[in-house]
Design a protein around this ligand. Structure first.
Ligand code: ADP
Ligand code: MG
Length: 579
C-alpha cells in the first residue's frame, strides 16, 4: 500500500496543457476512472460491483492508500490531484490519472458516495455529493482503503441516458474493461460482481497466465504461449515486451482479444494491434484473429499519453521500431511452438493441407476415390455446378486407431483424425447456425426436476437467450430446483437430469469471455461428440470425415486443438528411403 499524498489544485497553466474533453460517457467510463484511481492508490484488491449494467449502481472498493479526511472534499474539485505537482511532470506521467477531473465529472452526472481511510488514520470519512456539489462529509468507522458508490447515473440527463445500450450490453462493456485491467495488473486481485453474481475473478498472484485464466477461462489460458524472451539489445533500444499469445490453432472472430498495455495502461493503438495480426499472416483464416495480451514497457519520455481525454490512445515516438520488434517477437513465439501435440517421428508434419481450390470436376474425381454411395451419386450428378473451395482434400477412412483416431488416406498422404475433436467441430458449427432455424428440440412429457447450485442457476439466467435458441426450456422451481420442460434433441434421451448437469459442467468450464451463443454451442458440441474410446463403424468414420470436410474450419476443434495430423506422401517416401 503506497502512502497517500496531499491533493492540490493544478495551476491554470497546467490545466490548459491537458487534453480536455468529456470522460464520462457510459457506466464503463465510470468504472474505468474508479479502477484507475484504485490502482494509482496502490491497491492489491479491487472489487467492482454493478447493478443493472451500472445504470442503477456501481461500487468500486479498494485496499489502497486512502484519502485523508481533510482532503476528501478537495478530491471532488476540478483539476485537483495528488498525482501531478508541476507542468513538467506532464512529460513523465507514471500514474494512470493525472487530470484531477474524474471524480468531479462523475459527481456532475450521478449521486456519489466516497468512503475512505488511510491506513495510518484512526478513522475514515464519508462524503456524499449530488448534483455536482458536496452535500455532506463526516467521520465514519471503516477499514483502510476507499469505496466509491455511484448511483443513478445520468438520471438528471435524460438525453444521455437515452444513448445507453441495454443493461446487458453495458454490463458486457464493464466486464471487458475490468478484464483488461485484470490482465494488465496480474498482481492485483480483481473481482467483478454483476447483479450479485461473481462474473470475473483473478487471484492476484502476479502471474499473467493465472490472470488470463480468470478472464478467458482455463481452457484458453492453458494454450497461450509466453512471448519468447530474446534479442535483449534490440529491445532495450525500443521497448521491453512480454505477454501471452495464442498458438496458430486458436483464434477468435474479432480483434477484441488483442489487448495492448503500454506502461500498464490499456491502450488502443491500431498499428501495434496490426503488428500482432501480421505475425500470424498465413496462419489464420480470413476473418479470424489471435488472442494476445501484450505488455509493453517503454520509457515514459517516449510515450505521450496526453492526447486523449480518456487516455485510451497514446502516441509513441518510435512507433515503427516498436512495431517491428513486436511483430518479430510474436512471430518467433508462434513458430517455435508447434501447434501439433508431440508425435514420435519428426516426419509427421505439423502442417495440415494448405487451402486447395478444386473445380467441380476435380472435386468429383477426388470423390470417386472414395467408394461411398454418396460419392458415386455425386459423380453421376448434373455436370455444371459452381467450383468448390475447400480446405480439406477428400479423405478415405482406413480404420480406427486405439478407438480414438481415424486413420485416413488422402491425395497428400496419411492423416490421423481425432474423432472427438473432429466431431466437436462439426457439431459446433451446426449448433452455432441453429439461431436461424427452429431448434431440434425434445419436449418432455413430464418435466424433470433438477437441483442446481447457485452458480449453475446464475449461468442459466445469464445465458437464457442462447439456451432457448438451442431448444432448452428451463423454469425456476423453488429455491434450489428448476424444471426442465424441453432439451435440445442432441442432449440425448436417457437420463435427462444427468445430461443437463453434465452439459452445465461443460458450460461452466468454457471460456467465460466468449460470446454466449458460442459458449452454449461449444458445450453442446462437446457433450454430443463421440468420445475417445468409442468404436466407430466404417460408415460412421466415412460420415465423420465427410461432415468435417463441410465445416468452415476443419483443422481445429472449437477450443483450437487440432482435429488432425498429417504424414505427407513425401515424408513416407523419405522415411522408407525410397528416395
Ligand atoms: P486524478 O486521478 O486525475 O488525480 P480524480 O478526480 O480521479 O483525479 O481523483 C482526484 C484525487 O482523489 C486523486 O488525485 C487522488 O488523490 C484521490 N483519489 C481518488 N480515488 C482514490 C482512491 N481510490 N484511493 C486513494 N485516493 C484516491
Ligand atoms: Mg483519476
Amino acid at each position: 500500500m503506497s502512502k497517500s499524498l496531499p491533493i492540490r489544485k493544478l495551476s491554470p497553466e497546467t490545466v490548459a496543457k491537458i487534453a480536455a474533453g468529456e470522460v464520462i460517457e457510459r457506466p464503463a467510463s465510470v468504472v474505468k476512472e474508479l479502477v484507475e484511481n484504485a490502482l494509482d492508490a496502490g491497491a492489491r484488491q479491487i472489487r467492482v460491483e454493478i447493478g443493472r449494467g451500472g445504470i442503477d449502481f456501481i461500487r468500486v472498493s479498494d485496499d489502497g492508500c486512502g484519502i485523508a479526511a481533510g482532503d476528501l472534499p478537495l478530491a471532488f474539485e476540478r483539476h485537483a490531484t495528488s498525482k501531478l505537482l508541476s507542468e513538467s511532470d506532464l512529460e513523465q506521467i507514471a500514474t494512470l490519472g493525472f487530470r484531477g477531473e474524474a471524480l468531479p465529472s462523475i459527481a456532475a452526472v450521478a449521486d456519489v458516495e466516497m468512503t475512505s481511510r488511510p491506513a495510518i488514520a484512526d478513522a475514515g470519512a464519508v462524503l456524499r455529493a449530488t448534483d455536482g456539489s458536496v452535500v455532506a462529509c463526516e467521520p465514519v468507522g471503516t477499514p483502510p482503503g476507499t469505496t466509491v458508490t455511484v448511483r443513478g447515473l445520468f438520471r438528471r440527463q435524460p438525453a444521455r441516458l437515452k444513448f445507453l445500450r441495454s443493461p446487458q450490453s453495458e454490463a458486457g462493456q464493464i466486464a471487458n474493461l475490468t478484464g483488461h485491467y485484470a490482465l494488465a495488473y496480474p498482481e492485483v486481485r480483481f473481482s467483478l460482481l454483476t447483479d450479485g453474481r461473481l462474473t470475473l475473478s483473478t487471484p492476484g498472484s502476479g502471474r499473467l497466465i493465472e490472470a488470463a485464466a480468470g478472464v478467458y477461462g482455463y481452457q484458453v489460458a492453458e494454450q497461450l504461449l509466453p512471448l519468447q524472451d530474446d534479442e535483449p539489445d534490440e529491445e532495450a533500444r525500443t521497448a521491453a515486451i512480454s505477454g501471452l499469445v495464442s498458438p496458430a490453432g486458436l483464434s477468435r472472430a474479432t480483434r477484441s482479444y488483442i489487448s495492448l498495455f503500454i506502461n500498464r495502461r490499456w491502450v488502443r493503438n491500431r498499428p501495434l494491434a496490426f503488428a500482432v495480426e501480421e505475425a500470424y499472416r498465413g496462419m489464420l483464416m480470413a476473418g479470424r484473429y489471435p488472442i494476445a495480451v501484450i505488455d509493453l514497457r517503454i520509457r515514459p519520455s517516449e510515450v505521450d499519453v496526453n492526447v486523449h481525454p480518456a487516455k485510451t490512445e497514446v502516441r509513441l515516438r518510435r512507433e515503427r521500431d516498436v512495431f517491428s520488434t513486436l511483430q518479430r517477437k510474436v512471430r518467433r513465439t508462434i513458430s517455435k511452438y508447434s501447434p501439433i501435440p508431440d508425435v514420435s517421428t519428426k516426419a509427421w508434419s505439423p502442417s495440415w493441407p494448405t487451402r486447395v481450390s478444386l473445380t467441380e470436376g476435380e472435386a468429383r474425381q477426388e470423390r470417386m476415390l472414395d467408394g461411398s454411395p454418396e460419392a458415386r451419386a455425386m459423380g453421376a450428378g448434373p455436370a455444371e455446378q459452381p467450383a468448390l473451395t475447400r480446405q480439406l482434400p477428400v479423405l478415405r477412412a482406413l480404420g480406427q486407431v486405439g478407438l480414438t483416431y481415424v486413420a485416413a488416406e488422402g491425395p497428400q498422404g496419411l492423416y490421423l483424425v481425432d474423432q472427438h475433436a473432429a466431431h466437436e467441430r462439426i457439431l459446433f458449427e451446426r449448433f452455432l447456425a441453429a439461431g436461424s432455424v427452429p431448434p431440434d428440440k425434445q419436449a418432455l412429457l413430464e418435466p424433470v426436476a433438477v437441483e442446481l447450485s447457485l452458480r449453475q442457476r446464475a449461468l442459466i439466467s445469464e445465458l437464457a437467450e442462447a439456451l432457448t435458441e438451442q431448444g432448452f426450456v428451463i423454469e425456476p422451481f423453488g429455491d434450489k430446483t428448476c424444471l426442465v420442460r424441453a432439451v435440445p434433441a442432441a442432449l440425448g434421451d436417457k437420463d435427462i437430469a444427468a445430461a443437463v448437469l453434465r452439459f452445465l459442467d461443460l458450460l461452466e468450464a468454457e471460456d467465460k469471455a466468449a460470446d454466449g451463443r458460442e459458449r452454449v454451442a461449444m458445450s453442446l458440441a462437446c457433450h454430443g461428440a463421440v468420445r475417445a474410446g468409442q468404436a466407430l463403424s466404417p460408415d460412421e468414420m466415412r460420415e465423420l470425415l465427410r461432415q468435417l470436410e463441410e465445416t468452415q474450419s476443419p483443422g481445429t476443434c472449437p477450443h483450437g486443438r487440432p482435429t488432425m495430423i498429417h504424414l505427407s506422401a513425401d515424408a513416407l517416401a523419405r522415411e522408407f528411403r525410397r528416395r
